[in-house]
Design a protein around this ligand. Structure first.
Ligand code: SDX
Length: 440
């Protein structure tokens, strides 16, 4: 099944007049399946001698893609046309991985083969285990992830040739399967517990919980409610159009870098507090607020331009409505806390009250700031026993399939070229070299 991007067609055009010269220019308009049309400006510089300017890419489509679609105004998220709500309720993470990679939900034989393949790739080369002793025990696990995933290129030489479809597929399977193992190893190393090898009799999420929380001295009993919640959390984080880390992976991949290096660059970008690091920052913020009575003080600070404080887990570049993932996350939060018998979680109480107050605040209403995927995830993960430093690692475990799917789509794109943006130069014009005795 090809998942190659269907080429968008261009029928209409837009006209631009350069008022400085009176010159008129026409550019094709391209239309996708759904969503905004795009102006094809690939010849803009050649024809006008000017660049376009869009530093945060707020109005720029960097590529064609058929993997994921978001309607930010309606709060819609589709993976290959299927809504995140239906996938979270009716599918499972490895099935969503197959869908993202191949463009269709797997039939029974395809699913069995895919699950078996991924299961059989969960072990890492034994020498990779010795990497960990090179890190400090108190290293942030994201630092370990960036280094170790990038170093997979030093071991899996038979999946580095990006022009060989078989090697691309093998690299994709290895990363989907091994990133969770590396994440669990990083956690075990940080707490000084023995490493747990993967178990092929468990499914993807059960195995991840086993490798993370199991110990060799006694049998580990998987809690099916927690395993299902973990699997759903992975589904909710799997892919999300051209977000910062996915765009990082695409740009790294456009230079023909090997797949492991590209995914490692995605992990590095995801680490930022404005992106995947927000789930860890939400917990820190809830602890900082400490009590519901202090919520108004922090809401005021988040609106103060002179204060760098922002409500973590709120706002989104694309969603100007409720992030559909946040709603599912909130329901999952209740399921997990009920299962664990946690009646009143003070952090959850603060989060629910914070959300209620913020959503009634004119500032948040006017700027269309709603809770995003990170707002509730940390509360669930903390209840499940993960330290806050592991929250973004779990995001990376899930997002690996999105990164490899988008990377694969880019490499298979017939017109793929190296990404090389230009700039608006505002520095000093050319000047003669200044000898030392003339410098101030
Ligand atoms: C993820 O892109 C993706 O798809 C990402 C992601 C994915 O799945 O890959 O969805 C995952 O990264 C979710 C977002 C996690 N980050 C946070 O929760 C951090 C807090 N949120 C903000 O930093 C911010 O909302 C961003 C980074 C998410 C979005 O930033 P934008 O699009 O650049 O928006 P902006 O910063 O220009 O904000 C617009 C206005 C500003 O006010 P003005 O300058 O117009 O007066 O809204 C304000 C901002 O000050 N604002 C906030 C706010 N977020 C935006 N004010 C208070 N608290 C906030 N959280």
């Amino acid at each position: 099944m090809s998942s190659a991007v269907p080429q968008a067609k261009s029928q209409q055009t837009v006209t631009m007049i350069d008022n400085a010269t009176g010159k008129k220019f026409e550019f094709p308009v391209m239309e996708g399946t759904v969503g905004p049309r795009v102006v094809d400006i690939r010849k803009f510089y050649a024809e006008t001698g000017m660049f376009t300017y869009d530093p945060g890419f707020t109005s720029t489509a960097a590529c064609e893609s058929a993997v994921t679609y978001i309607d930010g105004d309606k709060g819609v998220l589709l993976h290959r046309g299927y809504s995140i709500k239906e996938l979270a309720e009716k599918s499972d993470f490895l099935e969503v991985c197959y869908l993202l990679l191949h463009g269709e939900l797997p039939n029974k034989p395809q699913k069995t083969e895919f699950v078996t393949t991924i299961t059989r790739h969960t072990m890492v080369h034994e020498q990779i285990l010795s990497f960990f002793s090179g890190f400090r025990r108190d290293s942030h696990p994201m630092a370990v992830m960036v280094g170790t995933v990038g170093a997979l290129a030093a071991f899996y030489h038979d999946s580095l040739d990006i022009d060989d479809p078989k090697q691309r597929e093998l690299a994709a399977h290895r990363m989907i399967a091994k990133v969770p193992t590396i994440a669990a190893l990083a956690y075990k190393y940080s707490i000084g517990q023995p490493f747990m090898h993967p178990r092929n009799d468990l499914n993807f999420s059960e195995n991840f919980l086993y490798m993370t929380f199991g110990i060799p001295s006694e049998p580990y009993k998987v809690n099916p409610v927690l395993a299902r919640a973990m699997d759903r959390i992975f589904i909710l984080h799997a892919d999300h159009e051209q977000n910062a880390s996915t765009s990082t992976v695409r740009l790294a991949g456009s230079s023909r870098a090997n797949p492991f290096a590209c995914i490692s660059s995605g992990i590095a970008s995801l680490w930022g507090r404005a992106h995947g690091g927000a789930n860890e920052a939400v917990l820190d913020m809830l602890h900082q607020i400490g009590d519901k009575s202090r919520i108004p003080e922090f809401i005021a600070r988040s609106k103060d331009k002179n204060d760098t404080f922002r409500l973590m887990g709120f706002g989104h570049r694309v969603y100007k409505n409720y992030d559909p993932r946040a709603e599912i996350m909130r329901k999952t939060c209740k399921e997990v806390l009920d299962e664990l018998g946690i009646k009143d979680d003070p952090l959850l109480d603060i989060a629910v009250e914070l959300e209620k107050i913020a959503l009634q605040d004119p500032y948040f209403i006017e700027k269309k700031l709603y809770p995003n995927v990170d707002f509730y995830s940390g509360i669930i993960l903390k209840a499940m026993g993960f330290p806050t430093s592991m929250f973004t690692v779990l995001f990376a475990v899930a997002r690996t399939v999105g990164w490899v799917s988008q990377w694969k789509e880019m490499i298979e794109e017939p017109t793929q070229r190296i990404g090389r943006p230009r700039q608006l130069y505002t520095g000093t014009p050319e000047r003669p070299f200044l000898p030392m005795d003339k410098r101030k």
